[in-house]
Design a protein around this ligand. Structure first.
Ligand SMILES: [Zn+2]
Length: 151
């Protein structure tokens, strides 16, 4: 099922963790509008970067979110968030830096540059966090910092 021109429901619900643990990651129908909004945000990001965007994690059913040790308040579990990479544009750090000044324009509620070991990605959500200071942050194994930080 196509959510928007370039993003499918399958892409936004694919989960290697769900497959490995044989968990059902099918979103309930009431999550679909949120997933479409997320895909629309991803379209704006895609056209800004000018390259295809790969979703490494989108919707996560609660059991899947728990298995990946996602935050209990995770926007992923509500279909409002996606972790993305875009190798043809650059590193996740470069992507985060490009998008951070544009969060209002692109309708990105929250942008997180996440890096754990050699793996990094950009988390984008349609939901603006309650504490607006957390709108653009960096999360690594060392903790959370404001803004996009090379750590
Ligand atoms: Zn995420």
């Amino acid at each position: 099922m196509q959510l928007t021109q370039h993003f499918t429901l399958a892409e936004l619900t694919k989960s290697s963790t769900a497959e490995r643990l044989e968990l059902d990651n099918t979103p309930p129908p009431q999550v679909l509008p949120a997933l479409i909004q997320t895909a629309e945000m991803l379209e704006r990001i895609r056209s800004t970067l000018g390259v295809p965007v790969t979703v490494t994690s989108g919707y996560r059913a609660w059991a899947v979110n728990k298995a990946v040790k996602g935050a209990t308040t995770s926007d992923h579990a509500q279909g409002r968030a996606a972790d993305i990479v875009a190798p043809r544009y650059g590193t996740p750090l470069q992507i985060a830096r490009a998008l951070a000044p544009l969060v209002d324009v692109l309708g990105i509620g929250q942008l997180i540059y996440e890096r754990f070991g050699s793996t990094s990605w950009v988390h984008v959500s349609t939901r603006v966090p309650d504490k607006r200071v957390n709108r653009v942050i960096t999360i690594t194994s060392a903790g959370t910092q404001l803004g996009v930080q090379e750590v």
